[in-house]
Design a protein around this ligand. Structure first.
Ligand SMILES: Nc1ncnc2c1ncn2[C@@H]1O[C@H](COP(=O)(O)OP(=O)(O)OP(=O)(O)O)[C@@H](O)[C@H]1O
Ligand SMILES: [Mg+2]
Length: 339
């Protein structure tokens, strides 16, 4: 059972406090996406789970066992790095075998493991090539293959697809989803990519400045963000934010008193209305199946409307909008969601 539990994990580098009291429980075979802005501590948190960094405080449990003092090779985890980190002078087969050879596994045991991983990742035809004779996607598959042969309970991925072009990313995304089903392993996956996080993850962990802001299923974070940070971070294009007086003047609010100081509406949840918030179009982006209309309030405050199809607005047009039923998010002075 490869569960992973972080209990109040702290990590400092000297006087730089990078991870601040992170607690999260990850179930066996769960696929968890770890997301957050650059520098928020995603790689650091992953490396503490791998044992490549020592924690400054708190506990890490893998499979119910505290591993704070367990060496990386004895943690039942395998990490796949963004840079692949393949040995250039070794063939694909040698790259995949090497880790098991140095840990003393007998050759007769290694070969079938490597062949199985090669089969899963469709690398059979490439086993005698060197990394420089492979495409980016093929190299990434070798890096994943090297993790698979170790038969870990937990896979740790640090932005494994970020060096690939858009088309290959989409293809590898699907392959990773299938791989997760096939291997029945726990996976913790760091990504910048919203779509990867939303589509692959059973659970998303949002990290911000070393603090876990929210943990939840993708649609839970999308529908019920706990605070304005998560609201703005999950979803693309970003949620539009409006001051309370703007929302009130637009007639969006009912009369009951509320502690809300600002309101959010996702671009795809703004609908056209006979009256309501008046925005002036200043730019239109046609994406083919979808149109993004960029608007400004009289105050200069900008927001975006996302609609299916090829919208017919032109710069200078005025559009009246309201939030779709049940799609207005309210936040208090501390940024916490008000429901
Ligand atoms: N060895 C180190 N010594 C000192 N500071 C470090 C060290 N490693 C990371 N940091 C700092 O810790 C913070 C978090 O870094 P980390 O690499 O975990 O961020 P990240 O979320 O993975 O960012 P990115 O999305 O850019 O990869 C950064 O401010 C970084 O400068
Ligand atoms: Mg990183």
């Amino acid at each position: 059972m490869a569960t992973v539990s972080l209990k109040n994990v702290d990590k400092s580098f000297g006087n730089v406090h990078v991870i601040k009291g992170a607690s999260v429980d990850i179930a066996d075979q769960e696929f968890v996406a770890l997301v957050g802005p650059s520098g928020c501590g995603k790689s650091t948190l992953l490396r503490t789970i791998a044992g490549l960094e020592e924690v400054t405080g708190g506990e890490i449990e893998i499979g119910g066992r505290v591993v704070n003092n367990v060496s990386p090779s004895d943690r039942q985890v395998a990490m796949v790095f963004q840079s692949y980190a393949l040995y250039p002078h070794m063939t694909v087969r040698e790259n995949m075998s090497f880790g098991l050879e140095v840990t003393g596994h007998p050759k007769a045991e290694i070969a079938p493991k490597v062949d199985r991983a090669a089969g899963i990742l469709r690398l059979e035809e490439l086993m005698d090539r060197k990394p420089k004779q492979l495409s980016g996607g093929q190299r990434q598959r070798v890096a994943i293959g090297r993790a698979i042969v170790r038969d870990p309970g937990v896979f740790l991925f640090d932005e494994p697809l970020s060096n690939l072009d858009a088309e290959l990313r989409v293809q590898m995304r699907v392959e990773l989803a299938l791989l997760h089903q096939e291997l029945s392993a726990t996976m913790i996956y760091v990504t910048h990519d919203q779509i990867e996080a939303m589509t692959l993850a059973d659970k998303i962990v949002v990290l911000h400045g070393g603090v876990i802001e929210q943990v939840g299923a993708p649609m839970e974070l999308y529908d019920r963000p706990a605070n304005d940070f998560v609201a703005g971070f999950i979803g693309s294009p970003k949620m539009n934010m409006f001051a309370a007086d703007v929302a009130a003047q637009a007639g969006w609010l009912s009369n009951e008193a509320s502690s809300a100081v600002k309101f959010g509406v996702r671009p795809e949840h703004m609908v056209r209305a006979g009256h309501g918030l008046a925005g002036q179009v200043f730019h239109v982006e046609h994406l083919g199946g979808q149109t993004l209309t960029h608007l400004k309030l009289a105050s200069g405050h900008e927001f975006v409307l996302s609609e299916p199809g090829a919208g017919g607005d032109a710069a200078g047009d005025t559009v009246h909008l309201r939030p779709a039923e049940g799609c207005l998010h309210a936040f208090d002075a501390n940024g916490l969601a008000v429901r």
